[in-house]
Design a protein around this ligand. Structure first.
Ligand code: THU
Length: 139
């Protein structure tokens, strides 16, 4: 694909690349309790690829969703904001982020974050309308 100089390198989101990365991340899941591996992958505004898998715990409530480890990798790699997001289950099917993780993604979104969902590509506002966020704490 040819990109014009000065064009947005992520304008045409490579969803297939994200699906592949999410599926690869899913293969690293530690999910002995639920036996429900999850993988997530995202592109950052500056073009980095970050990913994560779920990590469970014998104290069941301590579970880390795939999105949690993805956000950890985001910060370990220098931070930044997410531009495109894809999450898969153990069969490689698109998985909707749980409510807590929608909140996590919202905090680290770029203004034009797109999420692959079971009903097509959606914005963060569509996936978590009227979200609580950092701005609320300024009031
Ligand atoms: N899970 C995720 O990793 N992300 C989600 O958005 C939904 C749920 C994980 C948590 C747990 O390890 C397993 O899926 C079953 O709930």
């Amino acid at each position: 694909m040819t990109h014009l100089i000065g064009s947005d390198p992520l304008a045409d989101t490579d969803w297939e690349r994200l699906r592949t990365a999410a599926t690869e991340a899913m293969s690293h899941a530690y999910a002995p309790y639920s036996k429900y591996p999850v993988g997530a992958a995202a592109l950052t505004e500056d073009g980095r690829l970050v990913s994560g898998c779920n990590v469970e715990n014998a104290a069941y409530g301590v579970v880390l969703c795939a999105e949690c480890t993805l956000i950890g990798e985001l910060h370990m790699g220098g931070g930044g904001r997410l531009r495109a997001f894809y999450c898969v289950d153990g069969s490689g099917n698109i998985l909707m982020p749980c409510g807590r993780c929608r909140q996590l993604l919202h905090e680290h979104r770029s203004p034009d974050l797109e999420l692959m969902t079971v009903s097509g590509v959606k914005t963060m506002e569509q996936v978590l309308p009227d979200a609580f966020g950092p701005d609320n704490l300024l009031r």
